[in-house]
Design a protein around this ligand. Sequence first.
Ligand code: GAP
Length: 428
Amino acid sequence: MEKIVSLCKRRGFIFQSSEIYGGLASTWDYGPLGSELKRNLKEVWWRTNVYGRDDIEGLDASILMRPETWMASGHISNFEDTLVDCKGCKKRFKVEHVTGKKCPECGAELTEARQFNLMLKTHLGPIEDSTSLTYLRPETAQGIFVNFLNVATTMRKKTPFGIAQIGKSFRNEVTTGNLTFRSREFEQMEIEFFVKPGTDEEWYEKWVEERFSWYVKYGIKKENLRKRVHAKDELAHYAKACTDIEYQFPFGWSELEGIANRTDFDLKQHSRLSGKDLQYFDEESKEHYIPYVIEPSGGVDRSILAFLTDSYREEKVKDEKRVSLAIHKKLAPIKVAILPLLRNRPEIVSLARNIAADLRSDLRVMYDDTASIGRLYRRQDEIGTPYCVTVDVDSLTDKKVTVRDRDTMLQDRIDVTNLKAYLMEKFI
Ligand code: GAP
């Protein structure tokens, strides 16, 4: 884990939020490479689930919602941790993390247990009283539920169909640590998939398989993934069944994504509290019903952590340590690095810069001439760049460049005129 944390900081993937002020606990900033990786990950998820199917539509709902939403969803009454405070060092612990009545850190006495709601509060408008109180959403799901009929009607959707959304969520987490794994501000990628009651169990099984194989497809080793079925007593108040896809992080097996059968709980609750009839009319069976919902809910930040960890490699090459990120090409922050072999030869630099400019319209390119070629390769390996293009003295006469593959380290000599097509082919 230390190696991943160090790589993230050193290479500009992830920085602590407000670092110059000492950092803000459990909030993170994605640097130049991290923000590219994040965009790529979200793009791949969206392409799989929205572009790749004809039964899912996208949505981008607002973070702020009417507080009734959270009454209906159960977050105001149920989204809580039970905590105890230490009277000595003032640290706060989840009750399940302490045994007895003494502080596990300093041994002082603990307070009685009390409930602590995990939602972050804010006020809308100029007056800060209970009437203006609202919350930063703790899950993106509710924005989907309240728009269920809007999407179904405007897009003429018939069950089974889903709504996908990627966006920020906020939780005032008590247990934090392990970089971005449990943050107070994070992003979720969620689908609410609406099905006819009675077909829900079949769809639930399908989604568990679908989501598991997505992580494998984009490069996570199968042996580092597992499915964990929730026991009845750990199910959330809305769920009839839930399976977590867990990843073997350096700190142990932990949840990457949860696939839940949310039944008709949320739509029923919103119908009840809003007074709006959220029933769906099934034209085939001529029935009115509240659909059941299967919810694959993943975390962008946790996925990034898993993809980084899983692709991290250390090996010996010619007696030297080589660190590389063997990350899937579609996720790699930089697709191609352009490296002139001699930075003091203007013709070489000019050719290299022209190549970079030409590729830039289609690929995320990095031009680098600030070190020796060995160093430049090492830098790109470490950030997971799949291809490095070197421009050398011979390039000036034979009009060819060397393309080096990150994983095999094999090199191909390619005509400059064919280079773009050659590289584009690799990213299809
Ligand atoms: N709508 C269902 C829901 O929100 P959840 O299991 O609480 O379910 C779903 O969250 C996913 O969101 C998790 O599997 C995880 O990937 C991500 N997630 C939840 N809390 C998080 C946190 N504090 N920091 C980072 N990711 C988090």
